[in-house]
Design a protein around this ligand. Structure first.
Ligand SMILES: *[C@@H]1O[C@H](CO)[C@@H](O)[C@H](O)[C@H]1NC(C)=O
Ligand SMILES: *[C@@H]1O[C@H](CO)[C@@H](O)[C@H](O)[C@H]1NC(C)=O
Length: 346
């Protein structure tokens, strides 16, 4: 019986490997090897990225994101699934987005996080700063395509909202709708139905300020067809809420005798290459911190002072040299004999 189970498991593993669908974040199937089986993962427009605000281009024409149907997503239950890579919640097509070039309908949301005591966990970074977790709400282009399976294959098929999560002092009740249920789906492949709730509450308050760029799925197959919106404002959950996300799930199935915690399911930032990141809000001088401003002011002053002093001393030396030359001429012509006499003195 046990042998059959082991054989079966081995077989399904082999199958998974053959289809290139077995991937992890670290180890022999880790993120650096994803492109072996999934060509797109080695592409030039991958996600996530480290958003460098100094290089971001402000586009005042980018309108606020307007989620529709998020507050009352119908009577149908949501399905919460541990898929071995993340916790994923299905979303009904009554939820969709306005404020993008086309209408995008909601498909699912899921999380990325780190492990206990670590500051990292988010996929996107801002000026090299990481956050403890990140929420992704995935949508497909319903104006151009019939369903998500078709949209997934097209360049303008998907739009994802990225929400950076940080730790605050108080619990965020909206997130408990999900976090309270993790104990029921500890192992990969497990799923439960949960009552629908106000999904809008998972979003930050300021939906008008965001970064926008063309990127990809952050997991295999890494398809480069995602229009990304990463909100500038972060959402806060409590430290104990974060710990439930970091410590609540396994990436292995219930039958597995060696359970592997589901942690650190975030991809490293990818090269921006030729892409431009736009912002819906001005990120000009405020992108510099107070310390940087002080450094710039003093650096400039010091630079000017050095140039002034250099010029001053050079001019002075030239002048003194001229005066000395003039004196020399006078001296040489008037008392040549004295000089030669001096120089020959033993
Ligand atoms: C998605 O739409 C395509 C094109 O209309 C269709 O062929 C396909 O069967 C649909 N797939 C699903 C899962 O509904
Ligand atoms: C994304 O790519 C499309 C197609 O190349 C382009 O029209 C659009 O302006 C790009 N959007 C951003 C935000 O770079």
């Amino acid at each position: 019986m046990l042998l059959t189970l082991i054989l079966l498991q081995g077989f399904s593993h082999a199958l998974a490997a053959n289809h290139g669908s077995h991937w992890t974040y670290k180890g022999p199937h880790g993120q650096v090897h994803w492109s072996d089986d999934h060509l797109d993962c080695g592409g030039q427009a991958q996600s996530p990225i480290d958003i460098q605000t100094k290089s971001v281009r402000h586009n005042p024409a980018l309108p606020p994101i307007e989620p529709q149907g998020y507050r009352s997503p119908g009577d149908g239950a949501f399905t919460l699934l541990n898929n071995g890579h993340t916790v994923e919640m299905s979303l009904p097509p009554s939820m969709f987005l306005r404020g993008l070039p086309q209408t995008y309908v909601a498909v699912q949301l899921h999380f990325h996080w780190g492990s206990r005591g670590q500051a990292s966990g988010s996929e996107h970074q801002v000026n090299g700063e990481t956050f403890p977790a990140e929420l992704h709400i995935v949508h497909y282009n319903s104006e151009s395509y019939a369903n998500v399976s078709e949209a997934k294959q097209r360049v303008d098929g998907l739009a994802v909202l990225g929400i950076l999560i940080e730790v605050g002092n108080v619990a965020n009740p909206a997130y408990d709708n999900i976090l309270d249920r993790l104990k029921n789906i500890q192992y990969a492949g497990q799923k439960i139905s949960i009552p629908p709730f106000d999904v809008h509450e998972l979003l930050p308050g300021q939906l008008g300020h965001y970064f926008r760029y063309n990127g990809s799925l952050t997991t295999p197959p890494c398809s480069q067809n995602v229009l990304w919106t990463v909100f500038r404002q972060r959402v806060r959950i409590s430290a104990s809420q974060l710990e439930r996300l970091q410590g609540g799930l396994y990436s292995t199935k219930v039958a597995n005798s060696l359970p592997v915690p589901l942690v650190d399911n975030y991809r490293a930032p990818q090269l921006l290459n030729q892409r431009v990141v736009f912002s819906s809000f001005p990120v000009g001088p405020s992108a510099y911190s107070a310390g940087e401003i002080v450094a710039i002011v003093f650096g400039t002053l010091f630079g000017c002072l050095s140039i002034f002093l250099t010029v001053h001393f050079v001019v002075k030396r030239i002048r003194m040299k001229r005066i000395r030359e003039q004196k020399d001429v006078v001296f040489k012509s008037s008392s040549r004999r004295a000089v030669s006499g001096n120089s020959h003195r033993p």
